[in-house]
Ligand binder design. Structure first.
Ligand code: PGD
Length: 758
């Protein structure tokens, strides 16, 4: 199992993958599977435990050598002894509040060898750690949605299921589109890729799709969609104007507002301008989002007349004021009044992952228990650089006033912050400010290169595991295919040995080896699930088919009887205005959906210097940064760098042509890219995917850093989505693009860093 599909692999005598065959059950396998070929014995594997020379020779402490200094290969016993001593120093001195173990990242699938569960269990066995809250994927919605709909278990997973869209939806209005690339992946895996098939079925039945967004490619190729070109970051203006037309023309469902919603007066007062003097009219919106006023009026009427689903992509909330497009989408769907009916209402993330809109299994998958974390301190996940650079500083989050802890030791296993975080020059400064950085990694990622201690981890094909996801209708036996590469060890084995040295061996392992744990967590699950074969039969047959839950419409019970099934909000209803949020008094997140210009846009000088809006979104040729060196990802590169897509008019204005090597830059950083000219983008908009491996050098143009591989996160802003949610705001940035002149610097991240010894 992989995050991008189930497969079988051919492995040759050297232990290398030579071919990959998608699982026969998968109706639409992902080409990302091709990235596995050559990945097991690749020169970028970490072959032995490595330590940064400065840390090994001078001991822990802030160090500008982190990320540039050479590594020394050392033996397992030596490194684990030194690391155990450092953990002991921190735990017995400043204590567990000085250990950051959030360790965000997708790592690999498999329920037992799940790297994040492993590191959390290990740190808990020592006394706990500072956690991180929410995700980079959907961190803003995770905070604001419970205030709108109340806290129901796993709110983001209870969307109206795809089969109901296929069967009932007449008009699917997608803000941010339904990009097929995202539908290839799901954390933990996906056996059957079915989302695009459901969408195709809806279209065959006569349903129509409207794609509102700046990039026409955000829709599965070959399926029809009406494109409503929209300036990036202005969806809220369009949504509010659609709402205004519905109300002004009496097309809204006043009864649904009265029986199922709270705060309609405040929201409607904002729409007609009675609260701020600005009517959110189609003409007003046209000036902001670029969609003609008469198109907005016609679309509002059509949405009222047809069985309409308002779909908002996750990328819209991965931005400054990211709460607003989500909340405005809810307001629009509430005015249409069909929430809770099959195939209509509000949806969030249909194009964001393969497991969204898939019914959740009644019984959760097997898991590795993480023990108890006695440390209460936690930070919003995307605020890591703020925490490391400003210990003790105050900040707001979810209505609370908090302070950042004083962290000395950072422990990461299964994630790549030098891929997923924003403003990487700033993150570099942050990583250099702490005493010790420990990373478990199979590969020489940028995060490994910025560590003091790098411990080589195995990958899924080198170990036995169980593939299982809440939404997948199968439990999969993940059989080992190859011996571990060089000195790589399982995260579990590394943590077991460290725990043993620190007197926590028994607490961490409970006396089981990895095989013992697989059997244990499977049998625990079997007890909860009921009718499933014993472990040995499961392991032999390779798969257990589960009984999936029937597809459901989001809020169906609440629609039918709001008194019997109230939402866990202060009003028991959908909150179109939240007095609680209004009470926080935050200028960047008022009490109802509102149009707020992103800070990135402010200032004429900045806009003149960086006139292009960059969409920095998830890639189509790999998952995040994983296996960027794989054949499928490598084939997507242009001029050996990550591609940058640009409208022909913008290319012509800069004298650029297809295939040119270009420098993309702003005041945070610069990166090289290979130019692709595309009329699918709105003029003034460029697009570049995340995930190229950070390869920093000095920038001759004077930016704080130049990434020669094309890591787009050198350009994105490291600010919270708002003082309310503090989510990742990395999906957009202002930039300029110019032809690269002079010598072409190499991509150092394509090979391992300098290592002495070993
Ligand atoms: P991955 O590349 O998946 O990225 O960020 P995330 O950190 O999850 O990193 C996982 C790492 O785990 C890889 O380096 C892999 O080699 C390692 N690994 C795999 N298996 C194992 C294992 O068994 N053990 C150990 N120790 N390591 C392992 C993803 C994040 O990026 C996400 S989810 C989103 S949605 C965000 N999206 C955007 C965006 O849209 N725009 C911008 N600008 N930035 C983003 N960043 C976020």
């Amino acid at each position: 199992m992989s995050h991008w599909g189930a497969f079988a692999a051919d492995v040759d005598a050297s232990g290398e993958v030579t071919a990959v065959r998608p699982d026969a059950l998968d109706p639409a396998p992902s080409p990302l599977l091709g990235n596995f070929v050559g990945a097991l014995r690749h020169p970028l594997r970490v072959a032995a435990p490595m330590v940064r020379r400065g840390w090994w020779e001078r001991g822990p402490g802030p160090d500008v050598g982190r990320g540039t200094e050479e590594f020394i290969a050392v033996g397992w016993d030596e490194v684990l002894d030194r690391l155990a001593a450092e953990l002991l120093r921190v735990y017995s001195g400043p204590g567990p509040e000085a250990v950051f173990g959030g360790s965000y990242g997708w790592s690999s699938p498999g329920r037992f060898h799940h790297a994040q569960s492993q590191v959390h269990r290990f740190l808990n066995s020592l006394g706990g750690y500072v956690r991180s809250l929410n995700t980079y994927s959907v961190g803003t919605s995770e905070v604001v949605l419970p205030r709108i709909f109340g806290r129901r278990a796993d709110l983001l997973r209870q969307l109206t299921a795809w089969p109901l869209i296929a069967a009932h939806t007449e008009l699917l209005v997608c803000f941010g589109g339904i990009p097929a690339k995202n539908l290839a992946v799901a954390p933990g895996g996906v056996t059957e890729h079915r989302s695009v098939g459901h969408l195709a079925e809806m279209v065959r039945r006569g349903g129509e799709v409207v794609l509102a967004g700046p990039d026409r490619a955000d829709h599965p190729a070959g399926l029809p969609a009406r494109w409503l070109p929209l300036r990036p970051g202005t969806d809220v203006a369009l949504m509010l104007a659609l709402c205004r037309v519905l109300v002004a023309e009496g097309l809204h469902d006043a009864r649904f507002l009265a029986t199922h919603c709270a705060g309609a007066d405040e929201a409607l007062g904002y729409l007609d301008g009675s609260t701020d003097g600005v009517e959110k009219s189609p003409r007003w919106a046209e000036g902001i989002c670029g969609v003609p006023a008469d198109t907005i009026v016609a679309l509002a009427r059509e949405m009222a007349a047809r069985h309409t689903m308002v779909a908002v992509s996750w990328s819209l909330q991965r931005a400054e004021h990211g709460e607003q497009p989500v909340w405005a989408g809810v307001l629009l769907a509430a005015l249409l009044g069909r929430m809770g009916l099959p195939g209509a209402g509000f949806g969030h993330g249909y194009g964001s992952m393969a497991d969204i809109g898939v019914p959740v299994n009644g019984v959760g998958p097997p898991t590795l228990p993480q023990l108890v974390n006695p440390v209460r301190t936690a930070i919003p996940v995307a605020r890591i650089a703020d925490m490391l650079l400003s210990p003790g500083a105050p900040y707001t989050y979810n209505g609370e006033r908090r302070r950042y802890p004083y962290v000395e030791l950072v422990y990461w296993s299964g994630g790549n912050p030098f891929h997923h975080h924003q403003d990487l020059a700033r993150l570099r400064r942050a990583f250099r400010a702490v005493s010790t950085v420990v990373v478990h990694e199979p590969y020489w990622t940028a995060t490994a290169r910025h560590a003091d201690v790098v411990l080589p981890a195995t990958v899924t094909l080198e170990r036995d595991d169980i593939g299982a996801v809440r939404t997948d209708p199968y439990l999969t036996a993940m059989h080992r295919h190859a011996q571990p590469f060089a000195q790589a060890r399982d995260d579990y084995a590394i943590f077991s040995d460290l725990a043993e040295r620190l007197g926590a061996g028994k607490a961490f392992t409970e006396g089981r080896d990895a095989d013992g744990w697989l059997r244990h967590i499977y049998e625990q699950w079997r007890r909860r699930y009921g009718a499933a074969p014993d472990f040995d039969s499961f392991w032999r047959t390779g798969r257990v088919a589960l009984d999936p839950s029937p597809p459901q419409a989001f809020l169906a019970d609440f629609r039918a009887d709001p008194a019997a099934h109230p939402l866990a909000t202060p009003s028991g209803r959908i909150e179109l205005h939240s007095a609680t949020i209004a009470g926080y008094g935050l200028a960047d997140c008022p009490g109802h959906p509102a149009w707020l210009e992103p800070g990135e846009w402010h200032g004429a000088a900045r806009a003149a210097a960086y006139p292009l809006v960059l969409l920095a979104n998830n890639p189509s040729a790999r998952l995040h940064s994983q296996l960027d060196f794989g054949p499928h990802s490598a084939a997507s590169k242009v001029a050996g760098r990550e591609p940058l897509r640009m409208h022909p008019d913008d290319a012509a204005a800069r004298g650029l042509a297809e295939g040119d090597l270009v420098r993309v830059f702003n005041d945070r950083g610069a990166c090289l890219a290979g130019l692709r000219v595309s009329a699918d983008l709105l003029p003034g908009v460029v697009q570049m995917s995340t995930g190229a491996w950070f390869s920093p050098v000095d920038d001759p143009g004077g930016a704080p850093v130049l990434c020669t591989a094309g890591n787009v996160n050198v350009l994105t802003p490291d600010v919270g989505s708002s003082g309310f949610s503090q989510g990742c705001a990395g999906s957009r940035a202002l930039v300029e693009v110019q032809r690269w002149e002079g010598d072409v610097p190499p991509v150092a991240s394509a090979g391992p860093p300098p290592v002495r010894g070993g």
